[in-house]
Write a protein that binds this ligand. Structure first.
Ligand SMILES: *Cc1c(COP(=O)(O)O)cnc(C)c1O
Length: 502
């Protein structure tokens, strides 16, 4: 299997090269030359296998330059009971006759990003060896919360890599901050940045395009790379759990052979749901992919009208990991649906960059409407959904999963579709405990309580255990106290890496 850029200037790239490069030098995203297919018999055969064995099988279709041993090494290093608190890795819970929830938050940081960021470092480490790379790979991350911690946990102590995370001093929750500044590991560095997420992100972006920095690092045998969701090595692991969800429903006798199901996905950057699209194209019987957005509903509008327009106010919502106005992974979908028309895709992406808006052809929009359905949820609807689901089904949703549940209800109301449906759950309710507490607890109980106290109150009320990664966070040793201004990030990086060049 070879990979090509969605902007058309690079092709014949091995998966190891694609994973090492992250983004294509022409600005495009790497996609496989073709989508491997599974028939129904293949899918049935996977039913006897564990999550890890299913992952090995699926990865072998895409990472053809990796040996089976290398793939197994990556899979076993990532998906084990040391890192995940459920041996099923991505367990399915039945909510009622037609609705299931797939929990993707049993990894170390309690959010779905662990599904990809636990294995990406191993993919990268193997790719580095395979491509004869001698430099250490230095991962730079600007984070608004979930990604930074998941990347730190994934890369900690992985050979040949170092990781540096910048988070905005006043842009992450108490829990998220505490998760990052108590991070352990010998190759990890964390710094707060004075300002908001944009300050952290633009500082990191500038560093990626700064030739002088690249040269200094090069001389010191270091290369910058990124762990964000445009890397193919982050998308690929997500395909596995869609296939695994289908197989689990089959094995448990919930669906007949070949019966179609829906997935509902709380969406921000379009990475998670795009993996569902790849699973569908591989042959998993999927009826609809339901794209659930919050008040930043660019994608809902796009799916319903065919026009992508990011010119609008950025809303801060209770589902912050979906507060995104540019969904980068959409580029891969458009590339697939235009049958790899890089000229068209480049033109739309240029328009997005220049004017913030583009409109796709009617024929492509029709294809999108056949596969996807979309609506969005307001903060109030999100809270109401958490309360109702707890009272009715005794299942505690986090704010992101609640957006998905609410949008699914809107879907069934409008379409009357009774197809069995899996709601993708992207975070533990404790990860966004304050908002969840607001939905299910009385005001007086949580008044004047800090985030850590609220977690304990929530546990007393619900009897659901607090995941290891969030337990006693406030009592852990603080290991990272560095604070940089936006203009100092470069100095901070060189300092962390012990480079005296400047
Ligand atoms: C990142 C994230 C999302 C959004 O996923 P995308 O791949 O960006 O669409 C949803 N929920 C949670 C909890 C997340 O961390």
């Amino acid at each position: 299997m070879k990979y090509q850029s969605s902007r058309g200037k690079y092709s014949g790239i091995t998966s190891a090269q694609a994973i090492k490069m992250g983004i294509s030098p022409d600005g495009g995203l790497f996609v496989p030359d073709f989508i491997p297919s599974l028939n129904l018999e293949n899918i049935e055969e996977l039913s006897q296998l564990t999550y890890q064995e299913r992952a090995n099988y699926i990865f072998a279709n895409y990472l053809t330059d990796f040996t089976n041993d290398e793939i197994e090494h990556c899979v076993n290093s990532a998906y084990n009971t040391h890192n995940f608190d459920d041996e099923r890795i991505a367990p399915i819970i039945q909510l009622n006759n037609t609705t299931y929830i797939q929990e993707l938050w049993h990894g170390p940081t309690c959010a779905f990003k662990d599904m990809a960021l636990q294995i990406l470092p191993y993919f990268l480490s193997v790719s580095r060896q395979k491509t004869g790379e001698k430099s250490d790979i230095v991962i730079l991350v600007a984070t608004s919360g979930d990604t930074g911690k998941a990347a730190l946990e994934g890369f900690k102590d992985v050979e040949g890599t170092k990781i540096i995370v910048f988070f905005p001093e006043d842009g992450v929750s108490e829990v998220q901050k505490q998760q990052m500044i108590t991070q352990e590991g010998n190759n990890v560095f964390v710094s707060a940045v004075k300002g908001n997420f944009d300050d952290a992100q633009s500082g990191v972006k500038n560093m990626f395009s700064n030739m002088q920095v690249a040269e200094i690092l090069n001389k010191n045998n270091k290369k910058l790379s990124s762990a964000n969701s445009i890397n193919w090595g982050r998308l690929l692991p997500q395909i596995v759990y869609y296939i695994s969800a289908y197989i689990d429903l089959r094995t448990q006798g919930n669906i007949a052979k070949g019966e179609k199901i829906n997935f509902v996905v709380p969406t921000g950057n379009f990475g998670n749901i795009l993996a569902g699209f790849y699973a569908m194209k591989m042959g998993v019987p999927i009826n609809k992919l339901i794209c659930a957005a919050n008040a930043n509903n660019v994608l809902t509008e796009f799916i319903n009208t065919g026009t992508y327009n990011k010119n609008r106010n950025f809303e801060k919502t209770l589902s912050p990991s979906m507060d995104i106005l540019i969904s980068s992974n959409l580029e891969r979908l458009l590339y697939e649906l235009t049958n790899h028309d890089s000229i068209k895709v480049s033109k739309w992406m240029e328009e997005l960059k220049d004017s913030g808006i583009y409109k796709i052809d009617e024929q492509i929009h029709d294809k999108i409407k056949q596969i996807f359905w979309s609506d969005y949820s307001t903060d109030q609807e999100t809270l109401d959904t958490i309360k109702e689901c707890w009272e009715k089904d005794h299942y505690l949703l986090d704010t992101h999963t609640a957006v998905a549940k609410d949008v699914y209800e809107k879907y069934t109301k409008e379409t009357k579709d009774a197809t069995k449906t899996v709601i993708i759950s992207t975070a533990s309710p404790y990860k966004f405990g304050s908002s969840v507490a607001k939905a299910v607890l009385d005001k007086e109980v949580i008044n004047n309580k800090n985030e850590f106290e609220i977690l304990n109150i929530l546990k007393e009320k619900t009897n659901i255990k607090i995941p290891e990664g969030l337990k006693n966070l406030d009592k852990r040793e603080i290991r990272h106290t560095w604070v940089s201004t936006r203009d100092e990030l470069e100095k901070t990086v060189l300092n962390f890496l012990n480079i005296k060049d400047k």
